[in-house]
Design a binder for this molecule. Structure first.
Ligand SMILES: Cc1ncc(C[n+]2csc(CCOP(=O)(O)OP(=O)(O)O)c2C)c(N)n1
Length: 346
């Protein structure tokens, strides 16, 4: 089931959003959660290599801003943005191909399992250097401005990323030139094992926007309706030429930094506190109260998603790995001179 197949009914309700948007947001949210939980299990079963960065618990911060963007808009993601990739429309088969690093993966197995990207859909493949995509995304926003296009860029990063020098340079540049970009900070309170209180001397990371001359605000990142509405308003401002916005979404990752991190630097009470704010349960409650979702409809949505996941796994697990020489393709402007054994003198 997709957002498009949903009946369009505009009935005023307490959220201020029409039913088709509320349900569409839910489908993207639950698709992200279900896929993420499945990928965690697959990693623990040894079905793919490397590691896996779960975003369970903080899905509203990526689904909310991305939902409703144009195809031409660009996403500059980091390593925990599976929700943005899914909501921008990257098919699960491509997501799984990235994770499995097989020959059908968009980057031909070159990057990290969680560096989802898709050129056609305007999702930049992130690099491993934290916050580097904030710089590239800001450059894309400059390109849109130079081309006089009213497309926008959504730049995602964690609160830890805001400590990087390049991140500050990018936001400064965006503020000076009023670039069409919305920066989404996912403050999940931890950058690996470093607490957010050791990242900045200010409490709200959104205050950093003040130094660059554009608005910043801190919101509840587990309230999907709120995140979508605030990001949508910021996107509209950016499209209209009114410049950037920084939105800090307070949220929490339920699991370790990656699946190889036991995350024993966090207290069980802290984890329990945040699990009670689960964005999926909260959004489901709203939909059930409004009569948009029923237990049966929920089961049907999850069944559809699970089927898509199974198909993606089947395709990717039977796909070959790429040839080693592929590592040189799409990296240099001209073909890299591969030295073969028969070329050697000795
Ligand atoms: C420049 C740089 N330093 C360190 C790392 C290792 N590293 C990868 S993710 C990460 C934590 C980033 O924290 P944050 O930006 O808050 O994002 P989160 O992981 O919490 O989503 C670190 C330190 C890196 N990839 N790049």
């Amino acid at each position: 089931m997709s957002a498009k197949s949903v009946v369009k009914k505009i009935i005023p309700n307490k959220t201020g959003l029409p039913e088709d948007i509320l349900l569409g947001l839910y489908i993207s949210l639950v698709k992200t959660r279900t896929t993420d939980e499945r990928l965690r299990k697959l990693f623990r079963q040894g079905r793919f290599a490397g590691t896996y960065f779960s975003a369970v618990g903080q899905e509203a911060t990526t689904v909310g801003p991305t939902f409703g963007l144009r195809k031409e808009d660009i996403i500059a993601p980091s390593h925990r943005e599976i929700g943005a990739a899914i909501t921008k429309g990257i098919p699960l088969e491509k997501i799984f191909a990235q994770v499995y690093a097989r020959s059908n993966s968009p980057d031909k197995g070159k990057s990290h399992p969680c560096h989802y990207g898709d050129r056609e859909l305007g999702v930049i493949h992130p690099s491993s250097t934290v916050a580097s995509q904030s710089i590239v995304g800001t450059g894309c926003a400059m390109a849109f401005q130079l081309q006089k296009k009213d497309n926008v860029v959504l730049g995602f990063f964690g609160e830890g990323g805001t400590s990087r020098g390049g991140w500050h340079e990018a936001l400064n540049f965006a503020g000076i030139h009023k670039l069409p970009i919305v920066y989404i900070c996912q403050n999940n309170l931890w950058a690996e094992s470093v607490p957010s209180t050791k990242q900045a001397g200010i409490e709200n990371f959104s205050e950093r926007a003040k130094a660059y001359g554009f608005p910043g605000e801190t919101i509840d990142g587990n309230d999907l309706v709120l995140v979508h509405k605030r990001a949508y308003e910021a996107v509209q401002r950016a499209r209209a030429g009114d410049g950037p916005t920084l939105i800090e979404c307070r949220t929490y990752r339920w699991y370790g930094h990656s699946e190889i991190d036991p995350a024993d630097y966090r207290s069980p009470d802290e984890i329990e506190h945040w699990k009670k704010k689960d964005p999926v349960i909260r959004h489901e409650k709203i939909l059930m109260e409004l009569g948009i979702l029923t237990v049966e409809k929920r089961a049907a949505i999850i069944e559809d998603i699970n089927q898509e996941i199974e198909e993606a796994i089947k395709v990717c697990e039977t796909m070959k790995y790429v040839d080693p020489e592929e590592a040189y393709n799409d990296v240099y402007s001209e073909a890299f001179p591969v030295r073969r054994e028969e070329d050697t003198d000795d």
